[in-house]
Design a protein around this ligand. Sequence first.
Ligand SMILES: C=Cc1c(C(=O)O)[nH]c(=O)[nH]c1=O
Length: 312
Amino acid sequence: PQMTAQIGNFTFKHLFLNASGVYCRTKQNLDDLLDNQATGGIVTKSATLRSRKGNPNPRYHSILNGAGSINSMGLPNYGLQYYLDYLLSKSFDKPTILSVAGTSFDENIELLKQIQDSDYQGMTELNLSCPNVVGKPQIAYDFETTNKILTEVFKFFKKPIGVKLPPYFDLNHFDQIAKILNQFPLDHVNSINSVGNGLWIDIETESVVIKPKKGFGGIGGKMVLPTGLANVRALRERLKPSIKMIGTGGITSGKDVFAYLLCGADLVSVGTQLGIESPKIFNRLESELAAIMVEKGYTSVNEFRGKLKSLE
Ligand SMILES: C=Cc1c(C(=O)O)[nH]c(=O)[nH]c1=O
């Protein structure tokens, strides 16, 4: 069955990406992703202008035998130039997405100016949803600032760009963010980022399990699947068709991928479970999705993408 997608001028021959931040901080990670046959494209760890060590360890913890994860990495990355060097070091047979996350308005603008002025011709993703930079709010929960940043960006940025959003939980917030995003020539929206500022407790030690932020961190994995599905569905219904959707959050099986496609996702990205299973998870997800499609008599994802039924 045909399981491909198109974002702007980029054709994805497979539907699976890594979620930014997972399995993508080093050039080796990115090569490992590329080498996997079922990988549709690669996404870099969100880059800042200069390399960052990130928050102190322990800053990641698996929850309930892998049913979830909590992280407060603190944006550790090797800096924009490292990822630009990698992306300009060779030609790629799959689309690449360079993720950036400035810790200030000015840094976001400077990051994108450097990408605009570089020879990089791939896709860019502006991460507006990092929950773990101590003292910094998640930008995309501030609608006015989001509007201001995107207005400034599109004055000079002419290359393909999308945004990574945090989960929203209020229908009015879906209306508000969609109204803002629809004003801009965005190639894609990637939803969701981790569910910010969860807390996990070890009953034995009567303690939190990660060091930064007194144990508060972004939640990922299977337990955020209902939130991810809702955000993709709500945004798909509200965003103009030219803005494509990458569905992220809690994917562990072909059924989850099928559900995201029903909600309107063009592509999907996998975080927590990729960290557990490594890139070979994409082969498993692809064969599970293919089996579901065959069983249902679908020959292409286009036959059911976005066609989730309501009960009315
Ligand atoms: C870019 C920082 C992020 C981080 C982080 O580096 O702490 N963790 C997340 O779950 N999402 C992010 O967007």
